[in-house]
Design a protein around this ligand. Structure first.
Ligand SMILES: [Zn+2]
Ligand SMILES: [Zn+2]
Length: 284
């Protein structure tokens, strides 16, 4: 019954719109029995999520989604079954947090130059005092009518060569995996179809990820098409990766799939929850 696993989801601790408790309740309604909370570069939502999951009889996988810069691209690495109290992990995340604060100020400065004032205060209020991300700027820009939806707003304002784009360096691939391993977790490459990489670049990334100790590929993601799923199932088999399944749910406004409608892993995949190091956190 693999449809009970959703191993990638966000809360208000990063850029999701549901509190950890509300996310767990949504997961229950969607029939999810094992849920990973994987906020961007922060573990602050995990304690509340664990409490809610215990109450509702759901298995909670403590997770993280780390922002990495690899070959000038931002890549996301999910860490599953991490110990959030790990000092090495938290020191690494603190470094990313400092960069994120600087970047938010810089995005606002650049948007102001493009005659869009007030974005920092607005983005901060969308963030609600937690981690501030480009998604919060995007929500402000959509609300102000600068674009019709979240997809368009990123294309017009927040990616390379657009007014609100800020270059910068997140973690190295190797260091992000070290943080995850130090925290006892399993590293999974998130939504691999989303990166604008050539076939050759992608193979280089998969090789580098495997060499650094990565064990999983997110074959099923809310942002993957059926074609992406089949392609990455093949690549996972080719490289010897376990396959993960995660909605990347950010709340009901999210353009991606609702956890209830997330496809199953193709039958040839080895699910990440069959990995020898996977601790059974299924609620009984
Ligand atoms: Zn991501
Ligand atoms: Zn995500």
């Amino acid at each position: 019954m693999q449809s009970v696993y959703d191993l990638h989801a966000h809360t208000t601790a990063s850029d999701g719109t549901l509190t950890p408790t509300a996310l767990v309740e949504t997961a229950v309604r969607c029939g999810i029995q094992v849920l990973a909370v994987t906020d961007h570069d922060i573990t602050a939502g995990l304690a509340e999520a664990q409490d809610a999951a215990t109450q509702r009889g759901v298995g909670l996988v403590p997770g993280i989604e780390i922002s990495v810069t690899w070959a000038h691209q931002t890549i996301h690495i999910v860490g599953l079954q991490i110990d959030p109290d790990c000092r090495v992990l938290q020191e690494g995340l603190a470094k990313l947090h400092a960069f994120r604060v600087w970047r938010a100020e810089e995005i606002a400065r650049r948007l102001e130059k493009a005659r869009i004032p007030g974005s920092l205060d607005a983005a901060k209020s969308y963030a609600g005092g937690k981690i501030i991300s480009r998604t919060h700027f995007a929500r402000f820009l959509v609300a102000q009518g600068y674009a019709k939806d979240m997809k368009q707003v990123f294309k017009r304002y927040l990616v390379r060569n657009k007014p609100g784009y800020v270059p910068g360096e997140w973690a190295d691939l190797e260091e992000a995996l070290q943080w995850i391993h130090q925290a006892g977790g399993l590293a999974v490459l998130a939504h691999p179809a989303r990166y604008p990489l050539s076939g050759q670049r992608l193979r280089q990334l998969l090789t580098a990820f495997r060499e650094a100790g990565g064990v999983g590929l997110e074959v099923v993601s809310g942002s993957h098409s059926q074609g992406d799923i089949l392609r990455f199932a093949e690549l996972a088999a080719h490289y010897g990766f376990y396959a993960s399944r995660g909605s990347d749910y950010h709340g009901p406004e999210n353009a991606y799939a609702d956890p209830a409608y997330l496809p199953a892993l193709p039958p040839q995949c080895r699910p990440i929850w069959t990995h020898a190091q996977w601790a059974d956190c299924t609620a009984t």
